[in-house]
Ligand binder design. Structure first.
Ligand SMILES: Nc1nc2c(ncn2[C@@H]2O[C@H](COP(=O)(O)OP(=O)(O)OP(=O)(O)O)[C@@H](O)[C@H]2O)c(=O)[nH]1
Length: 234
């Protein structure tokens, strides 16, 4: 663990803050496209903030701001300057600062999405940074990837397999990917998307909406009061 790591960040405070959702996965699998899609679909019903991670640029944040799917000020770019997994797993202070800045400026928020830089199959978020995690694969990496496993594939709260429109071009068998993912994930959900063809990503948005609602209800219960109710029907 880095010397910069701040112990107060070891555990998420479950009271009075937004759900923090990590989105990780290999380079180019469609993480930014998914975050944009979630902002497009959930923006009307949830109060959102987004943190992006790039090594040296602010490319992903710039894309989201240009896409017009969220108030540009609600997107903060973290420049990691190092392997993306370090910034989301070992030395999470910069990301936590960004999340907390969004909550101070725009809070209360319902959901803060933290998009990792593209990394390998072993990259997962610290539970001190993300309450829930989505891991994004794409079919152009080949249909063998789910059975290779790795913590992202096996233990993410949701596995998204994107770019199904490319399956026929790269000879990927989606049935094989579905079967192999189910075999290593012990019942955790898997959803297939083609963000190019269906930019609203309805099923993923519904899953995200559900966990956000559950988070809000748990906090209201913890406080013994009715917290902010997330509108239903995404
Ligand atoms: N054909 C196809 N292309 C897609 C789909 N989703 C995303 N893309 C394209 O894939 C490329 C990479 O998408 P990004 O969303 O930037 O991927 P990323 O995982 O954020 O990439 P890094 O941040 O560089 O790791 C872009 O050119 C997208 O337009 C899809 O469903 N189908």
């Amino acid at each position: 663990m880095s010397a910069n790591h701040d112990d107060r960040h070891d555990r998420p405070d479950p009271h009075g803050r937004a759900l923090r959702l990590g989105v990780g996965g290999p380079v180019g699998s469609g993480k930014t496209a998914l975050v944009a899609a979630l902002c497009r679909t959930l923006g009307p019903v949830l109060r959102l903030g987004v943190v992006t991670n790039d090594i040296y640029t602010t490319e992903d944040a710039d894309f989201l701001r240009r896409a017009g799917v969220i108030d540009p000020e609600r997107v903060i770019a973290v420049q990691t300057g190092c392997c993306p997994h370090t910034a989301i797993r070992d030395d999470i202070a910069a990301n936590l600062d960004a999340v907390e800045t969004l909550e101070e400026r725009f809070g209360p928020l319902d959901l803060v999405i933290v998009e990792s830089g593209g990394d390998n199959l072993t990259a997962t978020f610290s539970r001190g940074l993300a309450d829930q995690q989505i891991f994004v694969l794409d079919v152009s990496g080949g249909d063998k990837v789910p059975r290779k496993g790795g913590p992202g594939v096996t233990s993410a709260d949701l596995l998204v397999i994107n770019k199904t429109d490319l399956a026929k071009h790269v000879g990927a068998d989606l049935t094989v990917m579905s079967r192999d993912a189910a075999a290593v994930r012990e019942g955790r959900p898997v959803l297939f998307t083609s963000i190019r063809e269906v930019p609203q990503v309805y099923a993923v948005a519904e899953w995200v909406h559900g966990i956000t609602q559950a988070w809000a209800h748990a906090q209201a219960h913890d406080h013994g009061e009715h917290g902010h109710a997330v509108p239903s029907g995404s």
